[in-house]
Design a protein. Structure first.
Length: 308
């Protein structure tokens, strides 16, 4: 069994080093900026977020992801976001830094629209200890290249909108640079740079007499080098959204439970995911924590028709 776990761990190193896929967080239904750059500053607040996710806790060298980011409005019609992410999995270390830019428009009193893009740089490095592994073969160019560290630039493009404040829809196209580069030198390749995407939609149902809201949402994820996935979420909030709970189902075979609270400008959320496959025998599920601090911006006097 130990050799099997070592083999899985080594294959994970190779898979993650070559894939450089998008980090997967579960709390996007609370903070859409995690999956859509055009959501930066959309809530008209300055927000600082800390996210931590432990995937397959208890498994040998399981992935761990940490991120810190800020997003908020700049002026009347612009939003800005900046963030840093670190991730470890087996003997792989990844560092990612990104900038989000959003251009916000108020179509009318009911419809708000934002279009934005993200630029990022990430570097992946493997520990030198990989070479001492029993499954490493000398001359493996992929592994040796990543032991020296490999950096790559990428970009994403998104749109995000709200209707009457309760319905939100967003679409993000990811891996735009890498998709384009992968076509160079490939005979007959006609892969679209818009092949990889994240689609998100939610609708909030308000039950005013009980001070209660119910919000179903869906995320369709089709990103590079990762199996396509559909998330179905149901979030409930009580006492003016001071208390939050929810359930999430992922088509790859997992169920998540969400708990959270909001006290004035401070928010904290925790979720736990359990998997249905046999692999669940070898781990204790996944944990994710998000802490956020929000501040309303100081609004200047702007003509009524130009306000977002």
């Amino acid at each position: 069994m130990k050799k099997i776990l070592l083999l899985i761990s080594f294959l994970s190193v190779v898979r993650l080093a070559s894939a450089q896929d998008e980090a997967i967080f579960s709390h996007y239904n609370i903070m859409p900026v995690l999956v859509n750059p055009s959501a930066a500053g959309f809530g008209d607040q300055h927000q600082f977020q800390l996210n931590a996710r432990a995937q397959w806790s208890g498994f040998v060298d399981a992935p761990k992801t940490y991120s810190a980011q800020y997003n908020g409005p700049i002026g009347t019609n612009f939003g800005l976001g900046v963030g840093v992410l670190t991730e470890t999995a087996a003997q792989m270390n990844r560092l990612r830094a990104h900038l989000n830019y959003a251009f916000r428009f108020k179509i009318n009193d009911m419809i708000k629209l934002s279009a934005g893009f993200s630029t990022e740089y990430q570097q992946v490095r493997l520990d030198n200890g990989v070479a001492a592994g029993v499954f490493f073969q000398e001359g493996d160019k992929i592994i040796e290249d990543f032991m020296d560290g490999r950096g790559v630039f990428d970009a994403s493009l998104g749109v995000f909108s709200s209707f009457n404040e309760d319905t939100k829809v967003g679409l993000t196209f990811t891996n735009l640079v890498r998709s384009r580069l992968s076509n160079i030198g490939v005979n007959g390749s006609n892969e679209s740079i818009l092949k990889y995407y994240l689609f998100y939609a939610s609708h909030k149902l308000r039950i005013e007499e009980h001070n209660f809201t119910l919000e179903p949402s869906i995320l369709i994820r089709n990103v590079r080098d990762v199996p396509s996935q559909v998330d179905i979420n149901l979030k409930a909030a009580f006492l003016d959204e001071a208390l939050t709970t929810g359930l999430s189902y992922r088509s790859l075979g997992s169920l998540g439970i969400l708990l959270g609270t909001r006290l004035s400008t401070f928010e904290v959320y925790y979720s736990y995911d359990v998997f249905f496959q046999n692999f669940q025998k070898y781990n204790d599920g996944s944990h994710e924590v998000t802490v956020a601090l929000s501040f309303n911006r100081i609004k200047k006097q702007v003509p009524e028709g130009k306000r977002f």
